[in-house]
Design a binder for this molecule. Structure first.
Ligand code: FAD
Length: 489
């Protein structure tokens, strides 16, 4: 029989790697400190409203399909999804409204009509994003960056040859200004930096590949909501014989003679030949590997942003809202200065509202909507969050009243809050950051921890804090990389 594997954490990457390895005949045990799977990708119910707790945007479904396929399972028995026809509804305080269709032609037309920028400008931008992704992004995301085999491949050498053209020295904002010109269009495309928790005024121009996922490939919605992704992976893993242990916190990774030997759970030593940590890499080293040399450069790298979320049950449906809605700040630069430099929350934040009840009608009573209202905020470094939350709540309500023409507060009949402190406490993500290390300089791709430990054999890492990065698609890729590394040992 094949080797025994312990997975620490049932986040989306932990579930995916467990499924992949079980499908190849490994004996897999998953230890999860919570009493539910999914980590950040979980759900909650408040009164008559259901909410997805964290992620709201599902892109690159092929990575989920690959996961089931590699494990030998038919995904259609576990999961279904639809392509959402509208990418996002954008609102500015001056009354400008831009509905971004999921169809490129319609999106380009709306931009021409609303902002007076030639539709072709945006089409060229997105064409270039697709090209860059195919030529360079793919190579740097789908393989381990820390194995010689990656660097010796012809594809990688070609990808490096393309690099200067893609302006890694300029910031995403500079690249967008140069290519798009119009300040509102620049702001719209700058926002994609927040998809990995970065600052558009610092993150390298190569990040212009991010909107390729949303506007060329599309945005999707899982039947039953985002949480259906967790349920599908969890059920698939169970069907392949993975054993789950909930309310089981791993407190130490055991190793001797430079080789992993097991984990400690509830004070008991459990022997394993292979250990995979899906825990954030910072606390993994600090608490589970305190007896080994710490990769300080990686661990001290600044974190990506966190989020403040208000889950509101709203007893009204606004016709101008869709499933994804953005209300832009009047001063984007100041907003990001507050997040990344002042470590505070700007008084005029960009507000994102996700409404799943538009597709999944069971998520809210008739005539009502479940609003997931999110503001980007810095990680938790000991700010006075109670104070910041109260002020931000007032500022968000003010902004929404201005844009929707109605006082929102009297419509709130259910409320919950998630902030950097509770994100950290629930998932052990360092400072409550959403996507691990930030990507705020040109070397950030190399600042992420590899998917394996360099000196302890058979110890691996997956999830949003390691290579290739945060977000569901990249977490699923990390699981694929780890599973390949283990099978090719
Ligand atoms: P995590 O979800 O971090 O889970 C780790 C798990 O390990 C947790 O369950 C934790 O309890 C467990 N654990 C940790 N330590 C131990 C231990 N010692 N012993 C046992 N168990 C342990 N991504 C998108 O793609 N689209 C989005 O729209 C999006 N929006 C987001 C919005 C919010 C508010 C948040 C919070 C995140 C968002 N993300 C989004 C990011 C996405 O949620 C994450 O990148 C992804 O879910 C992280 O998965 P992970 O595998 O790294 O594990």
């Amino acid at each position: 029989s094949k080797n025994s594997v312990a997975v620490i954490g049932a986040g989306v990457a932990g579930l995916a790697v467990a499924m992949r390895l079980a499908g190849k005949g490994y004996r897999v045990h998953v230890y999860e400190k919570n009493n539910y799977p999914g980590g950040k990708l979980s759900e909650l119910t408040i009164g008559k409203y259901r909410f997805d707790a964290g992620p709201s945007l599902f892109t690159m479904p092929q990575y989920l399909e690959n996961t089931f396929q590699a494990a030998g399972l038919d995904i259609s028995r576990y999961f279904s999804y639809v392509k959402h026809p509208v990418a996002c509804h954008y609102f500015w305080d001056d009354g400008t409204f831009l509905p971004a269709s999921g169809k490129l032609e319609d999106f380009a037309q709306a931009i021409e009509h609303t902002l007076g920028v030639k539709g072709q400008t945006v089409k060229n931008y997105l064409k270039n994003a697709a090209f860059t992704y195919e030529k360079t992004g793919r190579i740097f995301l789908e393989k381990s960056l820390h194995k010689w085999s990656t660097w010796l491949s012809i594809d990688t050498l070609k990808a490096i040859a393309y690099f200067p053209k893609y302006q890694i020295v300029k910031s995403l904002h500079e690249v967008n200004e140069q290519w798009l010109g119009h300040p509102k269009l620049v702001q719209l495309f700058d926002r994609f930096a927040t998809y990995n928790g970065s600052n558009p005024y610092q993150t390298p121009g190569i990040m212009h590949i991010i909107p390729h996922f949303e506007h060329n490939v599309g945005t999707f919605f899982p039947t039953g909501g985002m949480h259906a992704i967790t349920q599908a992976l969890y059920q698939g893993a169970i069907d392949l014989g993975v054993d789950f242990y909930f309310q089981s916190q791993v407190t130490k990774i055991l190793h001797n003679s430079n080789k992993v030997s097991g984990v400690v759970v509830d004070g008991d030593d459990k022997p394993y030949e292979i250990v995979i940590s899906n825990m954030d890499v910072v606390p993994t080293y600090k608490y589970l590997l305190s007896d080994t040399p710490q990769p300080l450069k990686v661990l001290n790298y600044p974190r990506s942003s966190s989020a403040l979320i208000f889950y509101w049950g709203i007893k009204k449906r606004f016709a101008q809202l869709d499933m994804h809605n953005i209300f832009f700040s009047n001063d984007y630069k100041s907003e990001f200065d507050h997040i990344f430099h002042q470590k505070s929350v700007y008084h005029d934040p960009t507000v994102y509202i996700n409404i799943t009840s538009r597709w999944n009608t069971a998520d809210a009573p008739e005539g009502c909507d479940n609003w997931f209202v999110m503001v980007n905020v810095p990680g938790n470094t000991g700010q006075n969050w109670d104070d910041l939350i109260q002020k931000t709540r007032e500022n968000v309500l003010k902004k929404l009243k201005h844009n929707l023409g109605q006082d929102i507060e009297p419509l709130i009949e259910a409320e919950g809050i998630l902030d950097p402190r509770s994100i950290e406490q629930k998932t052990f993500s360092y400072q409550g950051s959403l996507y691990g290390a930030s990507s705020n300089d040109m070397f950030s791709a190399f600042a992420r921890h590899p998917n394996f430990n360099q000196s302890i054999k058979n110890l691996y890492f997956c999830g949003g804090s390691v290579h290739p990065g945060g977000g569901i698609p990249l977490c699923l890729l990390s699981a694929s990389i780890v599973s390949d590394l283990i099978q090719n040992r």
